[in-house]
Design a protein around this ligand. Structure first.
Ligand SMILES: Nc1ncnc2c1ncn2[C@@H]1O[C@H](COP(=O)(O)OP(=O)(O)OP(=O)(O)O)[C@@H](O)[C@H]1O
Ligand SMILES: [Mg+2]
Length: 1036
């Protein structure tokens, strides 16, 4: 007999008993308690949460049974005894009724026996249940996870049958009855993925216990991580996608180390996810942190999720024995000091046995440990390296723990992957990073693959892709995975509408809003599109969600508790709309799970909706959003405060205080949405469901004013031009954001007004993360410039899609620099086709792209048709002799080109010959680079002949070929008859003293030449000394 008091007195012994076995053993105790109805289904759910420490679950179980009185306590003791006996006794004959009229109840009452019966037949039963339509493929896959033991799989199948009222329970009852009875339940060890690596990993001391504890721990870690990473996190219940099915390769680029100053920048290396750790110490050799940077929605979290899944399934990254995933969003809520040990064990995965042993192995072999920290931008503490913390067991603040892990003061040599949006990465943080990778989103092929994976039904993907290609702005947006998801999710609406009206990001988010709203409405109340009726009906919901989003941004809160939901009046119906989803691996079990927006961009969108629709938003508040706080002397600025409603100042200061505390990049996203919502097109729609059209007009006026003013302020901050050079604007991300917000507003007049004051000759937007959507916005604004500008977009992700977006502003570009932008022939051919009639455009720089001979015809046409064209730089592409020959034809009919760059192609002797022949009589070319083109003596001969005839070329760059003495001899002959060349660059060409001798002879007769570069050839120091004494123009 067990009294409640007696039970309580034995509590610690019972906890010890419950945690001494495996999770498997614990689950079998739950089976008995469920079957005897000691535990309700809700009790059971709160006790079967993956990833929770077993000790915590055990204590919770004791609390629950204790709350049920003496009977409950007795039943627990009995269940423990049954479970212990389970593995040893043969199964009693199943006594369940296969034709029960309450199959779910029957299943539960005989749960232990049915699980034993199903144990070694799960695979077959799953196949049958799938075939007969009782379960879907993804439910099947979820149960089949290799990290579950067979009895755990059987349990999950039964759990599914309990919640699915579709006949699965009856099917299982009948089918299990027909299966042969099992003699005894084998003791399972579901570890086995990394096999025998333990002994090698932990050395020889105490291998028995230590290895067993580690094996058990890793097994639990893998199970937990596999379960957490299996489904895409930001999908609502309506669409449960397996990561495996939908994951599409995302463009991941590592910026390469640059060579010595002056050498051209190398292309970034494109990596597959599996190569994440292949780049070594590009930035800092001693660091162990890989930094992955990408804008909101570029797929950083998904990339990590994929990494985790690949590890958990034993498919990649097996060099790591332990992987610990963390989200900065969640970490920042850990208010109490904590140690490394607490962080790993209590906030990631709890070792049920041998904690000391497991921790010792972790500390001994940090090189086998990987920690991932997602979303550093959402960590409210800024990185600092001021406070050193080295003890793995002493507690400290969570930020100090994270910063010291990143620096390597703690767990040195453990690998770390940190993801962040670009804005949150400081120079100080970069000091502790070994490699920085940029996540660029989907390539064009990636978009196609993604759509095909998402829409397997025949024809849908084809139609959707056709539509995207025909709607280039939308296509450009889909480069960002989160937009690709929206387009894909709303494919029906898109196909119906033709997609033509979708241009801006706001359009996309209104589309998904419509999609969710219409899905939540009864079929007959849902007319076509997002009409005012639908919107008005849902106004309270939008305001509730908007208020939650807005307050969240203002307090840097992205995960919402029940209390916060209540404070914003968000009720079950609002949640059912689908924009809020349970936060991943969060929360105190037993309480309702906290929620978060599907993606941070949705939170920003709802915050913007709130600011537009709420009756309480004073228009002037928007100044804070656009960071335009002090009204200047403009008449509108002075007028604005008077336009505000009485009493708004006080409200404004409260809301403004919130805005000031928000993360600036979230505010920027919100501001861009706000501009979009206030655009004429959407304003009318919103006015229909808002009490005061006047308020909307006021907000619109304020947003407009802010945008123009901010852009002008930006222009005014440009320093005056250095004498002799064009005034240059080195644009910052803020400039791009303003331009994107202007685009969201879709007002031509506003764009014209905004750039009226811009009088720069050169607009530099290098390394700014410019992709197709930014190109669309830039073109929308810049085409209104009054004076032509040199647009420098080097080192971005413009790509072919971006090039297409830039076409509308080609007319105002006098030069276009697109180095290092992943552009291929298709993009460039299109660009040239549109450039032909553009009078102003005189320079194109296309270094480091993916151009081949296939675009040479277009280049030739450009040279032949545009007789004012000055510079064409095609370095580091893939041109061969074929392309050079085609281009040479264009050169023959051109009389304006002054600069031609071919560095790092493969034109060879044949290509050099073709170019040389075309250039013999050229009238304007001053500079020619054929560096690194595999040119030998034949090519040199042709170039020498060209030098004899040509009277304008001033600089010829032939470094890094293999001209040798023979080639130099020919060039020397050419020089004797040339009177224009000033600089001849011959470094790294295997030239010896004999070649130099030939040059000296030529120089005796040539006084135009000023420098001959000969570094890196085959000269001894003495020879170099002597040669430069004989003629100082020879440079070594
Ligand atoms: N590689 C991918 N394959 C398929 N879908 C993807 C991929 N990457 C991202 N997605 C889709 O895009 C959505 C947004 O991606 P994700 O949340 O990973 O972006 P993020 O860069 O982490 O954004 P944030 O900066 O806001 O944290 C995902 O929910 C998913 O639907
Ligand atoms: Mg993320």
């Amino acid at each position: 007999m067990c009294t409640q008091e007696g039970f309580q007195a034995q509590r610690s012994r019972l906890v010890g008993l419950l945690v001494s076995g495996s999770l498997e053993g614990f689950e079998s105790i739950l089976d008995w308690l469920l079957s005897w109805e000691v535990l309700s289904w809700e009790d059971y759910e709160s006790l079967s949460l993956l990833g929770q420490p077993l000790s915590l679950l055990a204590r919770r179980l004791l609390d629950i049974v204790w709350s049920k009185g003496t009977w409950g306590c007795e039943q627990l003791i009995a269940a423990i005894q049954e479970a212990q006996a389970d593995g040893k006794t043969p199964e009693q004959h199943g006594r369940w009724d296969p034709h029960s009229t309450h199959p779910a109840h029957e299943l539960q009452s005989h749960r232990p026996a049915i699980i034993r019966r199903l144990y070694s037949h799960v695979e077959g039963v799953l196949g049958l249940a799938r075939e007969q339509g009782f379960i879907s493929q993804y439910e099947c896959d979820g149960i089949r996870l290799p990290v579950f033991t067979s009895s755990q799989q059987a349990r999950r199948l039964l759990d599914l049958a309990t919640v699915k009222a579709n006949g699965l329970a009856a099917f299982l009852l009948q089918h299990a009855q027909e299966l042969p009875a099992l003699m005894a339940l084998p003791c399972e060890d579901n570890f086995g993925i990394i096999g025998g690596s333990w002994t090698t990993c932990i050395g020889n001391q105490d291998t028995g216990d230590e290895a067993a504890a580690c094996r058990k721990y890793v097994s639990k870690l893998r199970t937990t991580i596999a379960a957490q990473s299996r489904f895409l996190s930001t999908y609502d219940g309506a669409e449960n996608l397996c990561l495996e099915d939908i994951y599409t390769e995302n463009v991941l680029e590592a910026r390469m180390d640059n060579g010595p100053p002056g050498s051209p920048q190398k292309s970034p290396a494109t990596l597959g996810l599996e190569e994440l750790f292949h780049m070594h110490g590009q930035l800092n050799k001693d660091a162990d942190t890989v930094l992955v940077v990408g804008e909101a929605g570029s797929g950083k979290s998904t990339l990590l999720q994929r990494l985790h899944l690949l590890w958990a399934a034993g498919r990649h990254f097996q060099e790591f024995l332990f992987v610990f995933p963390f989200s900065c969003r969640q970490l920042q809520h850990l208010a109490k000091p904590l140690s490394l040990r607490t962080l790993l064990f209590e906030h990631c995965c709890w070792p049920d046995v041998g904690q000391q042993d497991v921790f010792r192995v972790l500390l001994d072999r940090p090189d086998r440990v990987l920690l991932t920290f997602d979303g550093f931008d959402e960590f409210r503490f800024r990185f600092s390296d001021g406070e050193r913390h080295c003890s793995p067991t002493d507690p400290t603040s969570v930020q100090n723990l994270l910063f010291n892990l990143l620096q390597g003061n703690l767990l040195k040599n453990a690998r770390k992957v940190l993801t962040s949006r670009p804005e949150a990465v400081s120079a100080l943080l970069r000091k502790y990073v070994c490699v920085e990778l940029g996540l660029k989103g989907f390539s064009e092929e990636g978009i196609e693959l993604y759509m095909r994976k998402h829409h397997r039904e025949p024809g849908v993907a084809d139609r959707l892709l056709r539509l995207l290609r025909a709607t280039s702005a939308l296509h450009g947006l889909c480069r960002l995975p989160v937009f690709a998801w929206i387009a894909s999710r709303c494919h029906r609406e898109l196909l119906q509408d033709g997609g033509g009206s979708l241009r801006t990001t706001t359009d996309m988010y209104l589309l998904i809003l419509q999609h969710f709203l219409l899905h939540a409405s009864p079929p007959d109340t849902a007319p076509h599109g997002l009409g005012p009726i639908v919107l008005r009906g849902r106004l309270p919901t939008l305001l509730h969600l908007g208020c939650l989003a807005f307050r969240g941004l203002g307090t840097c809160c992205y995960v919402f508790s029940g209390k916060q939901l209540q404070a914003a009046q968000v009720d079950a119906e609002d949640i059912s709309l689908g924009f809020l989803a349970p936060a991943k691996s969060q929360g105190v079990p037993g309480t309702s799970a906290p929620l978060e927006f599907l993606h941070i961009t949705f939170q920003c969108f709802f915050a913007a909706l709130f600011l537009v629709l709420s009756a309480d938003t004073p228009p002037t508040l928007l100044r804070h959003l656009f960071n335009c706080r002090r009204p200047g002397s403009s008449p509108l600025a002075r007028l604005l405060p008077r336009l505000c409603v009485q009493g708004s100042e006080c409200r404004e200061s409260g809301l403004a205080a919130l805005l000031q505390k928000a993360e600036p990049h979230n505010l920027q996203i919100t501001a861009a949405f706000l501009a979009g919502l206030l655009s004429r097109e959407h304003r009318d729609l919103l006015a229909e469901c808002q009490a005061s059209g006047k308020a909307l007009l006021q907000r619109h006026a304020c947003a407009r004013w802010c945008l123009v003013r901010s852009l002008r302020q930006h222009f005014h901050s440009i320093p005056p031009a250095v004498s002799g050079e064009a005034k240059s604007l080195h644009a910052m991300p803020r400039f791009l954001w303003l331009v994107r917000s202007l685009y969201e507003m879709q007002e031509e007049r506003l764009a014209r007004e905004a750039v009226r004051g811009l009088s720069v000759g050169h607009l530099k937007l290098t390394f700014c993360g410019v992709g197709p959507p930014e190109c669309t916005a830039l073109a929308f604004v810049l085409r209104h410039l009054r004076r032509p500008v040199a647009l420098q977009l080097d080192h971005n992700s413009v790509g072919d899609m971006g090039v297409e977006q830039l076409l509308p502003c080609l007319g105002v570009c006098k030069a276009l620099y697109l180095r290092d932008n992943n552009i291929s022939d298709r993009g460039i051919c299109k660009l040239i086709e549109h450039a032909l009639p553009c009078e102003q455009l005189q320079k194109l720089a296309l270094f480091n792209n993916k151009l081949t001979d296939d675009c040479a015809h277009s280049m030739a046409k450009l040279l032949a048709c545009k007789q004012n064209f000055l510079a064409l730089r095609l370095g580091n592409n893939r041109f061969t002799a074929v392309g050079a020959t085609v281009l040479a034809e264009g050169l023959r009919s051109n009389s304006s080109l002054q600069f031609l760059g071919f560095w790092g192609n493969r034109v060879g002797d044949e290509g050099a010959q073709a170019l040389a022949e075309a250039l013999g009589g050229h009238q304007s070319l001053k500079w020619l680079s054929l560096v690194g083109n595999n040119i030998g003596s034949m090519g040199a001969q042709a170039l020498a002949l060209m030098l004899e005839r040509n009277v304008v070329l001033e600089e010829l760059c032939l470094e890094e070929n293999h001209l040798r003495d023979e080639g130099v001899g020919s060039l020397a002959e050419g020089l004797k008859r040339n009177s224009s060349l000033k600089v001849l660059k011959l470094s790294n060409n295997c030239i010896t003293y004999f070649g130099a001798e030939a040059l000296l002879q030529a120089l005796e007769r040539n006084d135009t030449i000023l420098e001959v570069w000969l570094r890196g050839n085959a000269f001894s120091p003495e020879e170099m000394g002597e040669l430069s004494r004989r003629d100082t123009r020879l440079l070594f």
